[in-house]
Write a protein that binds this ligand. Structure first.
Ligand code: SF4
Length: 156
């Protein structure tokens, strides 16, 4: 069993997320990367780009945040956000849902918002659902977006 309410407490904790958080808290603070996690092509590209950025391209300087946990649960993701020198929000579109969701728990928290939909092109009349687009194409767009974010926000 990995996740659930802890004992009789109302706290919601995912033990896998908690392990990741504890490992990260043992080191120096890193930039926190959230994504809107939307269910359409744009959300999927944002989510995948955030993963590439934090888990591969800038692993030493960025930590990946489970948005749902940071906004609603108690596994420690919020602590990673609160100690981060910068919170980078990779948003799928101008609605900026990732930031809006985080603000339900931490009103006014400053995020560096990146609208990923401005960083790649695709045929919007043809695609909406994530599974409509071949995975290789999604991954290529995510790589393109992640590289641009890296160049513009991690060069310093
Ligand atoms: S920001 Fe746009 S793509 Fe992301 S969850 Fe919100 S509506 Fe969907």
């Amino acid at each position: 069993m990995g996740c659930g309410a802890a004992g009789t407490s109302s706290k919601r904790v995912c033990s896998d997320a908690q392990r990741y958080v504890q490992r990260e808290l043992a080191g120096a603070p890193k930039r926190a990367v959230i994504a809107c996690e939307g269910a359409c092509i744009k959300g999927e590209v944002a989510r995948s780009a955030a993963n590439l950025l934090a888990y591969r391209l800038e692993r030493d300087r960025a930590v990946r945040i489970c948005l749902g946990d940071a906004a609603t649960a108690d596994s420690g993701m919020l602590a990673l956000v609160e100690r981060a020198p910068e919170v980078i929000a990779v948003e799928g579109c101008p609605l900026h849902c990732g930031t809006a969701i985080l603000h339900t728990r931490v009103p006014g928290l400053a995020t560096t918002i990146i609208d990923a939909s401005r960083l790649f092109e695709y045929d919007r009349s043809r695609y909406f659902e994530v599974l409509d687009m071949p995975r290789a194409e999604l991954d290529a767009h995510a790589a393109e977006v992640a590289e641009q974010i890296r160049r513009e926000h991690f060069a310093r």
